[in-house]
Design a protein. Structure first.
Length: 277
């Protein structure tokens, strides 16, 4: 279900994708950390949506074929799952007259490209059942033959504890790629507000193979996308999803066409005394 090709969107061109931008013998490389998918999660409570009268004539043009998930499958999953009582870590979960209190999404940690087919609505804030669905979709996209991934999330220290148990309760509605191993951490900005134990366990500074990422890159994406919120919150539901997909696609496209210039900039900064022109 989750492995179908989404032709109206694309993921980061620089992140490892077997069969697309990796050598044929990449599995034989001893440095497997270089081929690890590293993605970051975040919730956005500005992109809410008002309750609307149901319109039987409303039609989705690309339902589930872009960056947002297929609405029917997501609703089926939510009805089947029961949320385990947790300490609240959400925002505006008690807002009235909203059918969505925000959205959750994943992006690549290094370049800030939205991951296709993983953006979901929140119903009562940022619940674990919502984020479970997003990550299972995100890790199914172009990860064939990949064995491991790294997730960076503000509350990874809490969220991951019973994650596998929640997958089992999902009755096959959500799953990870077979044999896939997950590691994780907490963003550098947020981990400072956690208990001291979280810092040495989950700070990206101490995670092998992660490199210098801060995990806060989704904030730069929301800063642009939030400008559409005043218009999209009063649209019909499918209209809102189409507009959000367009903006996310545009964001990823700008990353794609600018990646060469960015690579040159990083090389010059890394090797300022190198010769050649």
């Amino acid at each position: 279900m989750l492995n179908q090709v989404k032709r109206t969107c694309f993921i980061c061109a620089a992140c490892p994708q077997p069969g697309i931008n990796l050598p044929d013998d990449w599995k034989e490389d001893a440095n497997q950390w270089m081929y690890r998918r590293i993605i970051v999660a975040d919730g956005n409570f500005s992109l809410d949506h008002m309750k609307m009268k149901k319109n039987p004539g409303e039609v989705a043009l690309t339902n589930g074929e872009g960056y947002t998930v297929e609405s029917g499958a997501y609703e089926t999953y939510l009805k089947a799952m029961k949320e385990v009582p947790l300490v609240s870590v959400v925002t505006n979960s008690n807002c009235h007259n909203l059918d969505a209190t925000g959205v959750g999404a994943w992006a690549c940690a290094r370049h800030g490209c939205f991951v296709p087919h993983c953006v979901v609505d929140f119903q009562k804030g940022e619940r674990q059942v919502n984020m479970d669905y997003t990550v299972c979709n995100a890790l199914q996209y172009n990860t064939t033959d990949m064995d491991e991934g790294m997730l960076l999330y503000d509350i990874w220290c809490q969220w991951h504890i019973h994650f596998l148990e929640r997958l089992e309760r999902g009755n096959g509605l959500i799953s990870l790629p077979p044999g896939f191993k997950l590691g994780g951490g907490v963003g550098k900005f947020h981990v400072g507000a956690h208990i001291p134990e979280c810092f040495w366990k989950f700070s990206p500074n101490f995670l092998v193979g992660v490199g210098q990422v801060d995990r806060e890159i989704p904030e730069t994406l929301w800063a642009v996308l939030n400008k559409s919120a005043t218009s999209t919150r009063a649209m019909t539901k499918f209209h809102q999803l189409e507009v959000l997909n367009d903006h996310m696609r545009d964001s990823n496209w700008k990353k794609l066409v600018g990646i060469g210039e960015q690579a040159i900039f990083l090389c010059i900064r890394r090797y300022p005394n190198s010769s050649g022109s």
